[in-house]
Design a protein around this ligand. Structure first.
Ligand SMILES: Cc1cc2nc3c(=O)[nH]c(=O)nc-3n(C[C@H](O)[C@H](O)[C@H](O)COP(=O)(O)O)c2cc1C
Length: 374
């Protein structure tokens, strides 16, 4: 049995480890190749190269009149784009979040923060999160907490996280691949759905997101049943958390991280699987406006990007804004060439699904031709 001082010292150690881990992740993500590895034929593991929006030689619309605006969970966005949950919880992450949020405000898009666990454990870490609402007063902002941590912090922790940001919604992330690989990981996944249900019952709009391994149809349906407001597939094909952990734990011998580097449901597959009639975010390897357009044609409402923004956020808000402006312009071109005058029209655009993505979806019982023939 630990005495009071020993217990406090242990808790402090956990707080410091949580905060330190944030910086380690940022360092690795900016210095190493942590994305899912391409397939043998050179195409991306996300499956996004298996998709072809059908070209319209006669778009019969004026590109300058294309309307990118949409509504997501009740909030207006100027483009169907979100900056994915990434960071906060260490003083060095404050500028990163500030720069991301400035760009989100200027572009009229949404933004998530990284896990707020560090600030729940140590109130002195709150500033790196609160800065987001300070500089993005009008943006759609969503908080973040791990499903594995829900048991400890409960609905009360989620409420405090929302208040910290004056957030519009709360993301609960599922990252059991990472937890299983991390030496200090929390691998007790029992009861997670019930904990999520409790948060939903409190009236908070909940986004359940994966972190790079995707979500299958049956799980999306279970999440819908317990009252979740939106799903972010965060499929396989972008940042690989096995990859990130590989660089954190590098040691001699057989690497479990390597074995699971490309584990998960590819993003393109997961977007189709999660088309269960609720707001849907596509993410995991979204690297251009064309990728966004393809995912929306497959059934997503908005798309989210994480990894490419890390380096740019360290550079400054202008670098983030320049990158995202390019993504938005590419999305607009894809909409023009698929004769989609707005985001709803893009959802009805014809898209052909080839290769491994088609094979997986067919084996999973999906009729892939319905996207090409509509
Ligand atoms: C540096 C970094 C930190 C991240 N931290 C979190 C986090 O705290 N919570 C979370 O839900 N997802 C986190 N993610 C996962 C992203 O939100 C996203 O789901 C995933 O990286 C896939 O998108 P990408 O391929 O565009 O990076 C993080 C991603 C990166 C790159």
């Amino acid at each position: 049995m630990l005495n009071y001082d020993e217990q406090k010292a242990n808790e402090r150690e956990v707080e410091l480890a949580t905060s330190r881990r944030k910086i380690e992740h940022i360092d690795i993500c900016t210095q190493r190749q942590v994305e899912a590895r391409p397939r043998a034929d050179g195409t991306r593991a996300s499956g996004l190269d298996d998709l072809m929006l059908v070209h319209r030689a006669l778009p019969e619309l004026n590109m300058s009149e294309i309307d990118l605006r949409c509504t997501f969970l009740g909030k207006r966005l100027d483009a169907p784009l979100l900056i994915s949950s990434m960071t906060g919880g260490h003083p060095e992450t404050l500028d990163i979040n500030r720069n991301l949020a400035i760009a989100a405000q200027r572009l009229g898009i949404g933004i998530g923060v990284g896990s707020q666990r560090a600030a729940l454990e140590d109130a002195s870490q709150q500033e790196s999160y609160t800065v987001v609402r300070e500089v993005a007063p009008d943006a759609f902002i969503y908080g973040n907490i791990g499903a594995a941590q829900l048991a400890r912090y409960g609905v009360d922790g989620v409420m405090r996280s929302i208040e910290m940001l004056d957030a519009d919604a709360m993301a609960i992330h599922l990252n059991f691949l990472q937890e299983a690989i991390q030496p200090e990981g929390d691998t007790d996944a029992a009861g997670v759905l019930h904990s999520i249900e409790e948060v939903c019952a409190s009236g908070i709009p909940v986004i359940v997101k994966e972190t790079g391994a995707g979500i299958r149809r049956e799980d999306a349906l279970r999440l819908k049943e317990v009252g979740v407001s939106a799903i972010d597939v965060a499929g396989c094909g972008g940042t690989s958390w096995a990859g990130v952990e590989y660089y954190r734990n590098r040691r001699e011998g057989m690497h479990t991280e390597e074995v699971f580097w490309n584990w998960g449901i590819p993003t393109a597959v997961s977007v189709v699987e999660c088309g269960v009639g609720m707001p849907l975010i596509a993410s995991g390897g979204i690297r251009s406006g064309l990728d966004c357009a393809k995912c929306i044609a497959l059934g997503a409402d908005v798309c989210a990007i994480a990894l490419p923004l890390v380096k740019r956020a360290i550079e400054g808000s202008n670098a983030v804004e320049a990158y995202l402006t390019q993504v938005i312009q590419q999305l607009k071109i894809a909409m023009f060439l698929s004769a989609s005058h707005d985001v709803d029209a893009l959802k009805r655009a014809q898209i052909v699904i080839c290769g491994l993505t088609c094979e997986i979806l067919t084996q999973r019982g999906h009729d892939t031709r319905r996207f090409a023939m509509r």
